[in-house]
Design a protein around this ligand. Structure first.
Ligand code: HEM
Length: 406
């Protein structure tokens, strides 16, 4: 029988694609996403052989991120974990819990992440940026911006959020980097997680003796002391905030610097109009979509999404970069445009699990990007952008190093 165009198309639709898909160009999400957005969600095969639905359209991603009929409890059979979650020395965090437990624990941290609490941290973040820029100014003229700035800044900010004493801050920063290091063995990472766990326990004990105004002190006074949290819960919560807040912010900072260093036109726009930093940061968040492919869920009921029948027990993977590059929502999505309204991007998720650290991450970016170019107006890339090492596939998209010269 002769193959018609229609039957070929149908055969193509029936082929099970592998997930994760690869970026063919480091500046853009995998090209398959544009094709996938044309139709309803489709099945993909994960590296462990499991099948899962992939959602790619803006509205579908929004629904899958926010609808409680999808579970995030990865201990259930068939859960679409792309990578094995490294064993944690103690306890599970609320990131992998469903309601109502997720909401109960999440509500405990939210008072420390309001717009007001974030504003109060502004002078601290400005101070840390200043210190790191001073260190850069005193160092060699060619450096790796990842080592010198984009990794240390978020770890030091997290240390401030946790109320880590000044004397311990650099050690705390080192431990935070180690628990997520890609160049260490699993044993070394596990050892670092244990070390961090022990340090957090000591820190919590110190806060119990002498509470301050920081996140850990608040959790100790308002919840641990009342028996609403155990010490292990608190350590798991603290570790979640470190894991969720560090690598994402560090990678987003580095990619944002890269975008500006690569495009003098965009940098000039920010110099000419400093108020543009706010939409520019939203656009950089949309464009890069660092929250790459870690969002897996399991359907707790039958759910219909854009014509696809997702059955109870089916796995779903949520392609946030595909939603951020949905042309129906963000026209000409591959173009970095500081004048578009990118505020609806899904880099921080959507709905009841929306990233609590988003205001803090945005403030870091809004302060760090202009401060860097003010201090070093001649800053330029010291490597061919095509030769940079982009981490992909990875839970968080980014570059491993960013050589710059001033
Ligand atoms: C550019 C930086 C960041 C990005 C791209 C990012 C992205 C995300 C995403 C996609 C989620 C998952 C949402 C979901 O499960 O549906 C999340 C959750 C979370 N993030 Fe962030 N994040 C960033 C920075 C931060 C910072 C700075 C903190 C804390 C200081 C933080 C703390 C958390 C926590 C605690 C969760 C779990 C929320 C929950 O399960 O309810 N994140 N983040």
């Amino acid at each position: 029988m002769e193959a018609t165009e229609e039957s070929l198309e149908r055969a193509d639709m029936e082929t099970i694609l592998q997930f994760p898909m690869r970026r063919t160009c480091p500046w853009l999400p995998p090209p398959e996403y544009a094709e996938l957005r044309k139709g309803p969600p489709r099945k993909v095969r994960l590296p462990n052989g499991l099948e899962a639905w992939i959602v790619t359209r803006y509205e579908d991603v929004q629904l899958a991120l926010s609808d409680p009929r999808f579970s995030v409890d990865h201990t259930q059979p068939g859960f679409p974990l792309r990578i094995q979650v490294p064993p944690t020395p103690r306890g599970q965090s609320f990131f992998r819990m469903d309601e109502p437990e997720h909401g109960r624990l999440r509500r405990m941290i939210m008072p420390q992440f309001t717009a007001r609490s974030t504003r109060e941290l502004r002078p601290v973040v400005e101070g840390l940026i200043g210190e790191l820029l001073d260190e850069m100014a005193a160092g060699p003229p060619v450096i790796d911006l990842v080592q010198a700035f984009t990794q240390p800044l978020p770890t030091l900010v997290l240390a401030a959020v946790f109320g880590v004493p000044k004397a311990d801050q650099r050690m705390f920063a080192r431990m935070t980097r180690a628990i997520l290091a890609q160049d260490l063995t699993p044993e070394e990472v596990y050892a670092a997680a244990l070390e961090m766990g022990d340090y957090l326990k000591q820190l919590i004990a110190a806060k119990e003796r002498d509470p301050g105004g920081d996140l850990l002190s608040r959790l100790v006074t308002d919840h641990l002391a009342k028996g609403e949290l155990t010490h292990d819960d608190l350590v798991a919560m603290a570790r979640l905030i470190l894991v969720a807040g560090y690598e994402t912010s560090a990678k987003q900072l580095a990619l944002s610097f890269l975008a500006l260093l690569r495009s003098p036109g965009h940098l000039a726009q920010l110099r000419d109009d400093p108020a543009l930093i706010k939409p520019a940061v939203q656009e950089l968040l949309r464009y890069w979509a660092v929250s790459e492919d870690n969002m897996g869920k399991l359907a707790l009921e039958d759910i219909e999404i854009s014509g696809a029948h997702i059955a109870k027990g089916d796995a779903v993977v949520i392609a946030i970069p595909a939603a951020n590059h949905d042309e129906r929502h963000f026209p000409d999505p591959g173009r970095l445009d500081f004048h578009r309204d990118a505020g609806g991007h899904m880099t921080f998720g959507w709905g009841p699990r929306y990233c609590p650290g988003a205001p803090l991450a945005v403030m870091e970016l809004e302060l760090a990007l202009p401060a860097m170019f003010e201090r070093f107006p001649g800053l330029r890339l010291a490597a061919d952008p095509e030769e940079l090492h982009f981490l992909f596939p990875n839970l968080v998209y980014g570059v491993t190093a960013l050589p710059v010269a001033r």
